[in-house]
Design a protein around this ligand. Structure first.
Ligand code: GLN
Length: 196
């Protein structure tokens, strides 16, 4: 619980108000990062990057409001530190929620309970071939601004995007064994470290 130490690795927070934060921590730890569960604004202090996991975005929004996390999260992003939002985490980043990425996510866009599926996705800028992506009541990106680069789509609907140091994906990046998106986050952390 709390903080897992791996001497020397970057310290990555995982928003742990609700949802699937644990698997993200395991994946990050496997890549040599230190992790910290983020529940209150003080937990953001000293982090090099952040993951917003999947879960349920309405519940997560209530948690963010209860803990007064919205403004601290905006400041965190304004400070240039990278963030990866996955599934509900992508929704949290969008214009209608935290307003951190210039995207509008459509919730449950593939349908509700039945529309969970896996797909092999070609993700722009990701070496090593297609990535196995797990979609669970997933959103897609219905609209996006000019600064947003679409990295992958399913049936013509964008499901992965990058805007500077922010990455949002509609699928669960932490399930399965493919850790290349977390690697991408850690690469961004490496690029921004020292420049903040
Ligand atoms: N459908 C959920 C929501 O709208 C997101 C699903 C997920 O994170 N797996 O918040």
């Amino acid at each position: 619980m709390g903080e897992r130490a791996h001497a020397g690795g970057p310290l990555i927070g995982v928003l742990a108000l609700q949802g699937g934060f644990d698997a993200h921590e395991r994946m990050l730890a496997g890549l040599g990062a230190q992790t910290r569960e983020v529940r209150v604004p003080a937990d953001l202090e000293g982090l090099d990057g952040l993951v917003i996991p999947g879960g349920e975005s309405t519940t997560m929004t209530l948690g963010v409001e209860r803990e007064g996390l919205a403004e601290p999260l905006r400041e965190f992003v304004a400070s240039g530190r990278p963030v990866l939002g996955s599934c509900a985490g992508l929704i949290m980043l969008d214009r209608s929620h935290l307003g951190l990425m210039d995207v509008e996510a459509r919730r449950n866009a593939f349908g509700r309970q039945i529309a969970s599926f896996e797909a092999d996705l070609d993700v722009a800028g990701m070496p090593g071939g297609p990535m196995r992506a797990i979609f669970i009541r997933a959103p897609w990106i219905a609209e996006h601004g000019p600064e947003v680069e679409i990295l992958a789509s399913v049936d013509g609907h964008p499901v992965a995007a990058r805007q500077g140091h922010l990455i949002g994906v509609a699928f669960h990046a932490e399930l399965g064994s493919d850790d290349r998106l977390h690697e991408m986050l850690l690469r961004l952390v490496g690029e921004t470290a020292g420049s903040a």
